[in-house]
Design a protein around this ligand. Structure first.
Ligand code: HEM
Length: 151
């Protein structure tokens, strides 16, 4: 009997330990789970390169003119800081809010969807796990109303 009781106690402690280490893992920020600044830098680098050559996006003359400014490196930097801050990483974003940043760009709903597809391509390429990818896509989708500015 005593052996059974001590076995039960052992099992209960083991369950507690494993559930507490599970919740510790879940407490990690999305930023940490996608690889910290290195993960952000790699994905933003790839994504911006995709966006700059996307033929659908470059049909929008305002977007095309921004892409022709040759400020790609600066855009990668500012976007990386936005992603870092908005995934629970260091608070380093120094740009405008999403409404102000996009108000003059005349972005359509379709263009927003194109960007979302490009994001997915990048996340697949870098093997971002399904769960994290879902969280990222949901977070990005929540900005559609602010970013889509075409009448
Ligand atoms: C959730 C989605 C998006 C996020 C998180 C995002 C993020 C950003 C950030 C952080 C900036 C820099 C802001 C600043 O300069 O102060 C920016 C600017 C810009 N975004 Fe987005 N963006 C999103 C969607 C889009 C879409 C759908 C397009 C085009 C189809 C777009 C095109 C641009 C362009 C061209 C700029 C540069 C504006 C300028 O230099 O004045 N963005 N975006």
């Amino acid at each position: 009997m005593r052996t059974l009781a001590s076995r039960c106690a052992f099992a209960a402690v083991a369950m507690l330990l494993s559930s507490s280490s599970l919740s510790a893992a879940e407490e990690k920020s999305l930023y940490e789970r996608i690889g910290g600044y290195k993960g952000v830098a790699a994905t933003v680098d790839d994504l911006v390169d995709r966006i700059y050559v996307n033929q659908t996006l470059n049909k929008n003359p305002v977007l095309k003119s921004v892409h022709e400014l040759n400020e790609r490196a600066a855009f990668k930097l500012i976007l990386a800081t936005w992603v870092m801050e908005n995934t629970g990483g260091p608070k380093v974003y120094f740009g405008r809010d999403m409404g102000a940043a996009h108000v003059a760009l005349n972005i359509t709903d379709r263009e927003f969807t194109v960007i979302m597809h490009e994001c997915k391509e990048t996340f697949y390429k870098f093997g971002v796990p399904e769960k994290e990818m879902g969280e990222l896509m949901t977070a990005l989708e929540s900005y559609r109303g602010k970013v889509v500015t075409a009448k």
